[in-house]
Write a protein that binds this ligand. Sequence first.
Ligand code: NAP
Length: 255
Amino acid sequence: MEKDFKGKVALVTGGSFGIGRATAVAFAARGANVVVADWIEDEDEHTLKQIKEANPAVEAIFVKCDVSDGKQVENMIDQTILKFGRLDFAFNNAGIEGTQAMTQDCTEENWDKTIGINLKGVFLCMKYQLPHLLKSGSGSIVNCASVAGLIGFPGLPAYVASKHAVVGLTKSVALETAKQGVRINAVCPGVIHTDMIDRVTGKDKEVEKQYISMEPVGRMGQPYEVADAVTFLCSDAATFITGHAMPVDGGWVAS
Ligand code: NAP
């Protein structure tokens, strides 16, 4: 693989599992040093080990951070700059699905927690990342939305609202930074086979089939397929793309 990110620094939130882990590894495979952030310490360091396997030449660190807490997000960026002296790419990916319930049964607690992580978390990350990207006049941020940021789903009011808001926030920040060389985009994954989907389906084969039936390609996506879209959006192959919410969804929103 071409090491076109050599010398660059990439930060991935929610990097201990799923889409975040695959993207941290993909950044490393292209030559970037990587900061893996997550709110729970991955004691076996699976992501850091996979990064080393993908590219022994890069450096990677883990920073513990709950993205819904401004102080922890500020510390995550401080640790990044302390270690690597720069920040070029960020994938603001940490997110939760929340609890499934119709709007009248959605608790305030579920609403606040889901919005706090999925939306405020993305805002806080960009708030503390942007000064470093703007200072260098280059770089790229990708926020993790969802197909639920483009179309509605019954029974997931907080999740759907948070992801639609991530798309709106992405577009607005892209306009703020467009003339300063910093690009901001979002990815909108469909059904991607991760722990999140296993929690939602309960690994029940019949429920999995229902989710797969919503995918025109007839299968779930894999985390690396989202990672490839994120690294594409950060790369020099995407220099004219900003403010875009890219479905990575096997054709779901086209159907
Ligand atoms: P995942 O397997 O559950 O991974 C999410 C990661 O984020 C986990 O490591 C999780 O830690 C971490 N995290 C959760 N809350 C956090 C917080 N407050 N601060 C820091 N880290 C936190 O889920 P995934 O499927 O990879 O999802 C990643 C992103 O893709 C999410 O934003 C999700 O909404 C989005 N997405 C996923 C799908 C899908 O089908 N999988 C579809 C559309 C969009 P713990 O596991 O320790 O809680």
